[in-house]
Design a protein around this ligand. Structure first.
Ligand code: FES
Length: 105
């Protein structure tokens, strides 16, 4: 089973392969920041610290939301806030292997 950890904490979760990251952690009592749970609001955004290759590629809805988040991040926090980082949506990303991440507020 893939292991998902929240960077900067001791929290590690064993999740079902192919499960949605948000749902898999919610099922185990971990309530990540969220809104629509449909990939359009961006409230569940995360920075993937390791294991980005173990998440399914972003689909069109997630890609569009991430693109608009990128503009917002650059505007509010500067280019360095996203440069070289892997930003994903927990409500859309499916886990196929070990991943470490942190939520972005
Ligand atoms: S909760 Fe809205 S995009 Fe994930």
């Amino acid at each position: 089973m893939p292991r998902v950890s929240i960077a900067g904490t001791e929290k590690v979760f064993e999740v079902k392969e192919g499960g949605i990251l948000y749902d898999s952690l919610a099922d185990q009592g971990e309530d990540l920041p969220h809104g629509c749970l449909a990939g359009s609001c961006g409230a569940c955004r995360i920075e993937v610290i390791s294991g980005k290759e173990n998440l399914t590629p972003a689909g069109i809805i997630e890609s569009n939301t991430l693109e608009s988040l990128k503009e917002e991040f650059i505007e509010k926090r500067g280019k360095e806030s996203i440069e070289g980082k892997t930003i994903r949506l927990a409500c859309r990303s499916k886990v196929n292997g070990d991943v470490s991440f942190k939520s972005i507020k």
